[in-house]
Design a protein around this ligand. Structure first.
Ligand code: GDP
Length: 171
C-alpha cells in the first residue's frame, strides 16, 4: 500500500453542487468552518486530513479558468465528482462536464478511481443514485473503477461510505 504517502483527491462538480459543504464536513471537527463559502471557479478549496490532500474546483466556471483545474489532473490519485441530485435541469450539464474531465489526456489514460456523490439526497425531489448514474452515463465508464453514493453534505450522511470506497481503491 501507499502507507503514509500523500494522496491527492480532486473534488469537481458544477457550482452549487455542495463541494465546499462536503469538504467542510470531511474536515476533522476542530478544523471545521462555521460558515462555508462556495467554491469559486478560479479559487480552490483545499484541506488535508490523514495523509489525504483534498482540493475542490468548480468545473462550471468560465472556460478561461479551465486550464487552472486541468493543471491538477496529472497529480490526482482520485476524482470525486459532486452532483446536486435535486437539480434535474442541470444534470445534462453535469454529464457534459464529467465527460470533458474523463476525456482529458491526463485523466483518460489513467486508472484513477472516480467517486460520484449524488449529493443533496435529503432535498425534496432528489433523484436516486441509480437515476443519477444513468443520467451521467456512468455505465459507459469502463476504464476506471467508479462508484456512486447518495450523500448529504449538510448532515454528512453517505460521506463515510464513499470515502471508505475510495480508500480501498487507493490502498
Ligand atoms: P459548491 O459551489 O459546490 O462549493 O456548493 P456549496 O457547498 O457552497 O453548497 C451550495 C448550497 O447547497 C449551499 O446553500 C449548501 O448549504 C447547500 N448544500 C450543500 N450540500 C447539501 C446537501 O447535501 N443537502 C442540502 N439540502 N443542501 C446542501
Amino acid at each position: 500500500g501507499r502507507g503514509k504517502t500523500e494522496v491527492t483527491v480532486l473534488v469537481l462538480g458544477l457550482d452549487n453542487s455542495g463541494k465546499s459543504t462536503l469538504l467542510n464536513t470531511l474536515r476533522p471537527p476542530e478544523q471545521r468552518l462555521p460558515h462555508v463559502t462556495p467554491t469559486v471557479a478560479h479559487q480552490q478549496d483545499h484541506f488535508q486530513s490523514g495523509g489525504v490532500s483534498f482540493s475542490a474546483w468548480d468545473v462550471s466556471g468560465a472556460p478561461r479558468h479551465r486550464a487552472l483545474w486541468e493543471r491538477h489532473y496529472r497529480r490526482a490519485h482520485a476524482l470525486i465528482f459532486v452532483v446536486d441530485s435535486a437539480d434535474h435541469l442541470r444534470l445534462v450539464v453535469a454529464r457534459e462536464e464529467l465527460a470533458l474531465v474523463l476525456a482529458h489526456p491526463d485523466v483518460c489514460a489513467r486508472r484513477v478511481p472516480l467517486l460520484v456523490f449524488a449529493n443533496k439526497c435529503d432535498a425534496p425531489h432528489a433523484l436516486a443514485p441509480t437515476q443519477i448514474a444513468s443520467a451521467l452515463g456512468l455505465e459507459r465508464v469502463s476504464d476506471k473503477p467508479w462508484h456512486i453514493c447518495a450523500s448529504s453534505a449538510l448532515s454528512g450522511a453517505g460521506l463515510p461510505d464513499g470515502v471508505a470506497w475510495l480508500a480501498r481503491q487507493l490502498r
